[in-house]
Design a protein around this ligand. Structure first.
Ligand code: FES
Length: 108
């Protein structure tokens, strides 16, 4: 597991997604709850590439702003069709930053 610094916590808005580009990938970062827990997924919705970082977030579910497909940020699974998944990455908070393992794609 090789963690890479992704974004400072103070750039993440509570309860909302933040778009980040890193290593040629477009990523959506959500920092939710207390203590803050990071959720890092691909930004492109698997339906038609909607911008998931701009989706409304309720509890740990983000709704795609284009056609409202909803994804559980803890697993990447689509709430209404669990075989559909958005790629999810392991992440943690260290020293005020979200760190991500870009090699962990697909792991719940
Ligand atoms: S592009 Fe996300 S639901 Fe259609």
């Amino acid at each position: 597991m090789a963690l890479t610094p992704l974004i400072s916590l103070n750039r993440c808005q509570p309860g909302r997604g933040t778009f980040v580009e890193i290593a040629g990938r477009e990523i959506a970062v959500f920092v939710l709850g207390q203590p803050p827990t990071p959720h890092v997924i691909d930004n492109a919705c698997p339906h038609a590439n909607g911008n998931l970082s701009a989706g409304a977030c309720t509890a740990e579910v983000v709704a795609c702003p284009w056609h409202d497909w909803r994804f559980d940020l803890r697993t990447g699974a689509c709430v209404d069709s669990p075989k559909v998944r958005v790629r999810r990455y392991k992440a943690e908070i260290r020293d005020g930053e979200v760190w991500v393992d870009l090699d962990s794609a697909g792991e719940p």
